[in-house]
Design a binder for this molecule. Structure first.
Ligand SMILES: Nc1nc2c(c(=O)[nH]1)N[C@H]1C(S)=C(S)[C@@H](COP(=O)(O)O)O[C@H]1N2
Ligand SMILES: [Mo]
Length: 331
């Protein structure tokens, strides 16, 4: 798409359930299928584009000075060439109500969150139910260099170089049944580590959801890092969702459970203020929030407001999923 160079990272995915999942079952199919077959899958298209774009491009090295563990990754597809929001802003201006409702609260308070060891429960309508150690989930991606960097424009409004892997890969590995129509995500519930959960500003734990086609769109990623390093706690360590065509609240942080469900999940903000926040939350300059216009935005660190783009500028990748839907009704 114009203005957005196809850059790809690779990242990876991987899920491994200790006893009964074999390496071959969890490894991305591209290693097993010919390129042609591989291209027939949605994820394949993205990965192949990525692979093409990254020829001759070695793993990018991150700034050593940043906090967190350094990650290795490749450039991913769909990255933007827009200027990155400074690391400091990305990590000190946050929304993470588990650590307070102020924008600077998460950076100040999230130190109590213990992110290692971390496990993720896979549940619901899928064949691979179980509880997995995050390290096991991610290791194959790391070994196969399938962790990507995607510099995305965030709807609220930052440009963040995420490091992660396509949610589609994880979904595939979980082997959802035909009944799985949505994916539901849940944040950790632990009021000791997350003191904001003692305050009933939201119903805890935080929950989000995506329709299956959204979850398998190559733009939906599970991020484990930013700026080349593991995620700071305030940004949703150790793993969070990134859906750059949607408003920020869809990007659920510190995920401990991924469930495949038949019914549309009631996401936290929709539950809290149903007339203001819906399930889809696609960036849409034509549908205002009841209390403010959503036609323009001010990028963090910039002075002037700029027009907000439909689907945050990612229409080429996502608009077809909503063809025929009344986006005023399904906001
Ligand atoms: N668990 C959880 N996830 C969350 C939130 C939250 O309060 N709790 N806030 C959401 C909102 S409203 C936004 S705008 C983004 C902010 O992400 P960032 O702080 O990494 O930029 O996280 C989203 N994910
Ligand atoms: Mo938000």
């Amino acid at each position: 798409m114009p203005g957005r160079a196809a850059r790809q990272g690779e990242a990876v995915m991987l899920i491994r359930r200790a006893p009964d999942m074999k390496w071959s079952e969890v490894t991305d199919e591209k290693l097993y299928l010919g390129r042609r077959q591989f291209l027939q899958t949605t994820a394949g298209v993205a990965m192949a584009a990525a692979a093409g774009a990254s020829i001759g491009c070695s793993t990018v090295s991150a700034d050593d000075q940043l906090p967190g563990r350094k990650l290795s990754y490749k450039e991913g597809p769909f990255g933007t060439t827009e200027k990155e929001t400074p690391y400091k802003d990305v990590t000190t201006y946050n929304n993470f109500y588990e650590f307070g409702t102020g924008k600077s609260d998460p950076a100040q308070n999230a130190g109590t969150l213990v992110t290692s060891p971390w496990s993720i429960q896979i549940d619901g309508e899928c064949a691979k139910k179980g509880t997995y150690h995050l390290d096991d989930l991610i290791k194959p991606y790391q070994l196969e260099e399938r962790i990507y960097r995607m510099r995305c424009v965030e709807a609220w409004s930052m440009v963040i170089p995420w490091v992660g892997f396509p949610l589609a890969s994880l979904v595939k590995q979980c082997a959802p049944t035909p009944k799985a129509k949505y994916v539901k995500f849940t944040t950790l519930y632990n009021p000791v580590q997350m003191p904001g959960q003692n305050v009933p500003v939201l119903k805890w734990p935080y929950v989000e959801g995506l329709r299956m086609d959204e979850a398998t769109n190559p733009l939906a990623i599970l991020a484990v890092g930013l700026y080349g390093h593991t995620l700071p706690n305030q940004d949703g360590a150790p793993i969070r969702l990134v859906t750059p065509w949607k408003y920020g609240f869809k990007g659920i942080k510190s995920i401990v459970k991924i469930e495949f469900v038949e019914k549309q999940p009631l996401n936290t903000w929709q539950q809290t203020r149903p007339n203001e926040y819906g399930f889809y939350a696609n960036v849409n300059p034509h549908v205002d929030h009841p209390r403010w216009s959503q036609a323009t935005e001010r990028r963090i660190g910039e002075f002037f407001r700029r027009p907000t783009l439909m689907f945050n500028g990612y229409g080429d990748q996502v608009a077809s999923m909503y063809a025929g839907m009344d986006l005023r009704k399904y906001f």
